[in-house]
Design a binder for this molecule. Structure first.
Ligand code: PMT
Length: 403
């Protein structure tokens, strides 16, 4: 969410300038107050009127334009914004900022601000790889500018390679990461997400419909709040959240190994993954043929990852999920005790808008010796935020009782 955040979006002259229109519109939808400044070259690619219509605010295009509300608008706006975002940012603007040149409204405003500045480069691959440009980016990073990565793909010049403007959703994610209150700095949070797969043969497996959305939301929220995040994910189509260390796994055993490798120094573990409980007693090396007439499968239990971590738990706050279709609270309570958890998030996956695949969830959060927190239908991002608030309470309570 960007509610009430004041954003200055600076657009410079590159073919990706058209994407800035979508960016400004999405910023507005997330509740931000957006002002847009176009460099003279940017106006060759996109019309100021587009941004004026999308943001409802006059667009700044010229340092000495008598129509902009004040003569010192670059200083005034630079003082009032919460963040400046330059997207797309050309090699020319990167060079000017690295050298401290202020020869137009946007470069002057960047020099005058104390707000964080996010630079989203976009240019031809050869230009991007040029040592001068790379040197300028390094100088800007050393001075505290936030640098977005570039994407790889087809470029407007017909070449393929590094240098594309990253996706609008990634830019929005970076803005939220920069602006979020950092109340989990120095904490290591291990999150699991998605399904696991237990293969019967090379082309068939046992799994479930978990999309990874709930776990990715937890990882994203923890990263925004300043934690070091390791996300162990089963197969998922979701884009990796910005700022997390993503480890992809497939089977329950692989998930167990990845989790244990990061468990000892973790402060918090959030286990949102839907781990398959049973796999085949033997995975066939070749596709099972129909004529073999295999009609029964012998199944064996997969390792219970959370229970294993519950047995080894020292300083870690352990948060489990319970996916149930009946007796939600009773079953969740049993899992919390058996797996030695601090919190368990119970979701009735048969309920509309809850559980697998949806963008929303309806959960009850159970705590040892505490009341049950019943939450209404919320987005998975909102649920993740509330889980982390509860985790932070537990961490602070534990530290206060040690002091
Ligand atoms: O990914 P989404 O599409 O967003 O869906 C979200 C979700 C429904 C998967 C998520 O909200 C959820 O409920 N995750 C837990 C699903 C599950 O496996 O529940 P369970 O009741 O079977 O397991 C209880 C807990 O033990 C879970 O934290 C699970 O990760 C863990 N477990 C289970 C079995 C096992 N072998 N190892 C485990 O660690």
């Amino acid at each position: 969410m960007l509610r009430w955040k004041r954003i200055l979006l600076g657009v410079t002259g590159g073919i990706a300038a058209y994407k800035a229109a979508d960016l400004s519109s999405k910023m507005m939808k997330l509740g931000a107050e957006v002002r847009v400044a176009l460099t003279r070259h940017a106006t060759e690619f996109v019309a100021p009127l587009t941004f004026q219509a999308l943001t409802g605010n006059p667009v700044i295009t010229d340092m000495f334009d008598p129509r902009t509300e004040q003569t010192m608008s670059h200083i005034d706006l630079a003082r009032r914004v919460d963040i400046m975002v330059l997207a797309p940012c050309t090699a020319n603007m990167i060079g000017k900022l690295a050298a401290g040149i202020a020869d137009d409204w946007l470069s002057t405003a960047v020099l005058a601000t104390r707000a964080p500045v996010l630079i989203c480069p976009a240019m031809n691959t050869r230009m991007f790889e040029n040592q001068v440009v790379q040197g300028n980016l390094t100088r800007l990073a050393a001075r505290g500018f936030h640098l977005a990565p570039t994407g790889v793909g087809d470029l407007a010049c017909g070449e393929k390679g590094q240098g594309r403007l990253i996706e609008v959703e990634q830019i929005l994610e970076m803005i939220q990461l920069i602006l979020a209150e950092k109340d989990l700095p120095g904490r290591k949070v291990l999150v699991t997400a998605g399904p696991t797969r237990e293969y019967l043969d090379p082309v068939r497996f046992i799994s479930n419909p978990s999309s990874g959305k709930m776990g990715y939301a937890c990882a994203r929220a923890a990263a925004r709040r300043g934690a070091e995040v390791v996300l162990v994910s089963g197969p998922s189509r979701l884009a990796p959240p910005v700022g997390v260390n993503l480890i992809r796994v497939s089977s329950g055993r692989e998930m167990l190994e990845a989790c244990l490798a990061h468990f000892d120094d973790a402060d918090v573990v959030i286990k949102a993954a839907a781990v398959v409980d049973y796999g085949s007693s033997q995975t066939r090396p070749h596709k099972i043929k129909k004529h073999e007439g295999v009609t029964t499968l012998e199944l064996v239990k997969t390792p219970d990852i959370l229970e294993t971590m519950g047995q080894r738990k020292k300083q870690q706050i352990l948060v489990g999920f319970a996916a149930e279709t009946q007796k939600l609270v009773e079953h969740a309570q049993v899992k919390m005790d058996k797996k030695n958890l601090d919190l368990i998030v119970a979701n009735d996956v048969a309920q509309e808008g809850a559980g697998f695949e949806s963008d929303t969830n309806i959960v009850k959060i159970l705590q040892r010796h505490g009341p049950i927190q019943e939450l209404p239908l919320l987005t998975k991002d909102e649920v993740a935020g509330i889980i982390l608030d509860r985790v932070l309470d537990l961490l602070q309570h534990r530290e206060a009782s040690k002091a």
